[in-house]
Design a protein around this ligand. Structure first.
Ligand code: SF4
Length: 432
């Protein structure tokens, strides 16, 4: 465990550090992208994008739809007649939804997902959702959220989706014992690993079983109320957290479960809140910590001293930068994030090396200038910037891969490190 620095020693982090705020042209995906991991997670939900052919192409190519599969997402196309106000979009939407639900009776939760075009023509999807919910409940619940790319970034799609689902969560009984809710989509394999660790810590025996949100089934929504304590598993869930707090739930402050250190501190926040003693906690987590530390050692050999530059994209930048700096010895040239939620990221900021250049928002030309001047060993950025930067001889890592890949928890720590080591090794081989 020699590579892990306890949080309390990191008193000179970036908690109070100034942030370079930029506003200008941005290079990010839109919130529709979240459908790709959300539809895999909630297995009886359907996502109906109300958008243009561009939206349909984005979703289909990003999700890699197979021709024989029955996907659980689709696009209701807004065409020129709708845009010109010549057709009644609501009638058309009702027809599409009715046809869909007749054909797919397994759907229990239908999201109408707004897009740039639906926002431009001011199609009121919340009214459409309550009208359709009235018609199809109790068999199907119809909700809506926006995945539009106007002023948003791609992980906000999940935040908007979960925030829309919070009002549907059943209220917990006032006299029920305190319960733990893990909030944010995790790959099933990661969720199963955490479930086992929480069970070893006593959740499900002398404490209520831990619940996950979103659940795998729309009919298995967790209860929420003033006795709910929740742990964020993802750093991009500001609206969802606010909605849960509006239901009386309390957020447990913690860093995010990335790397040995982040995972341990995240689990410890839950353990402390539910009275798990230190000896039990150490015993339960010891094997995972040791396994992950050993697995990280070989990546540290390749990554220590390498310089990394983050363009703002996924909102995972700060927790990942903290992991790369502290557990792998990488040097942070610049850590850009689309939005900086100081409260949710307070523990992360405290752990960043003092003096790290933090930037929020984007002025892509200015940031490209800084990146070119710094010539980092690896650049984390969106797909739109990766190819031009590769052509200029830089090594890149697509930010979206960090969201699609299971990276949380002890057993994924080395996989997360490898996502950075692999392109560097490939580049070294090409140059040699
Ligand atoms: S929602 Fe907007 S940004 Fe996203 S694919 Fe559709 S038109 Fe493009």
């Amino acid at each position: 465990m020699s590579t892990v620095i306890p949080i309390r020693e990191a008193v000179s982090g970036c908690g109070e550090a100034p942030v370079l705020r930029e506003r200008g042209q941005r290079e990010v995906f839109c919130g529709l992208t979240g459908i790709i991991w959300l539809h895999r997670k909630i297995q009886d939900a359907f996502f109906l994008v109300v958008g243009s052919r561009t939206c349909a192409h984005l979703i289909q190519s990003a999700a890699g739809v197979m021709i024989f599969a029955e996907p659980r997402f689709a696009t209701a196309i807004i065409d020129e007649r709708d845009l010109a106000g010549l057709a009644d979009c609501n009638d058309e939407l009702d027809r599409v939804v009715t046809r869909l639900l007749e054909r797919r009776p397994e759907i229990k939760l239908l999201f109408l997902v707004g897009s740039c075009p639906s926002e431009v023509i001011k199609l009121d999807l919340s009214r459409a959702a309550s009208r359709l919910s009235g018609r199809f409940s109790p068999d199907v619940r119809v909700l809506n959220y926006s995945g539009s790319g106007i002023e948003t970034t791609f992980t906000q799609g999940e935040d908007a989706c979960l925030a829309a689902l919070v009002p549907s969560l059943p209220a917990s009984h006032a006299s029920a014992p305190a319960a733990l809710l893990v909030v944010g989509t995790l790959a099933d394999v990661v969720e199963d690993q955490f479930t086992r660790v929480f069970a070893q810590l006593g959740f499900g025996t002398d404490k209520p079983a831990v619940r996950f949100f979103p659940p795998r089934s729309a009919n298995d929504l967790p209860e929420v109320g003033p006795n709910t304590k929740f742990l964020l598993a993802q750093p991009f869930l500001a609206d969802t957290a606010r909605a849960l707090e509006g239901r009386g739930a309390e957020r447990l402050a913690a860093p995010f479960p990335l790397g040995v250190e982040g995972t341990t501190a995240w689990l410890r926040a839950a353990a402390d809140a539910f009275g798990v003693d230190a000896a039990t906690f150490d015993k339960v987590t010891a094997a995972g910590r040791e396994r992950a530390t050993n697995a990280l050692a070989r990546h540290r050999l390749q990554l220590a001293g390498k310089r990394v530059f983050f363009f703002p994209d996924s909102q995972l930048e700060i927790p990942i930068a903290r992991f790369l700096a502290r557990e792998l010895g990488m040097h942070l040239v610049e850590v850009g994030t689309p939005y900086l939620h100081r409260q949710h990221l307070a523990e992360e900021l405290d752990m960043l090396p003092a003096g790290t250049l933090l930037s929020e928002g984007q002025h892509v030309e200015n940031q490209l200038d800084r990146c070119r001047e710094a010539r980092p060993d690896i650049v984390v950025c969106g797909l739109g910037l990766a190819n031009p930067l590769e052509a200029e001889g830089m090594t890149t890592k697509w930010a979206i891969e960090l969201v699609f890949t299971p990276i949380q928890g002890y057993d994924q720590a080395a996989d997360l490190a490898e996502l950075f080591a692999r392109p560097l090794v490939r580049r070294m081989k090409l140059v040699a």
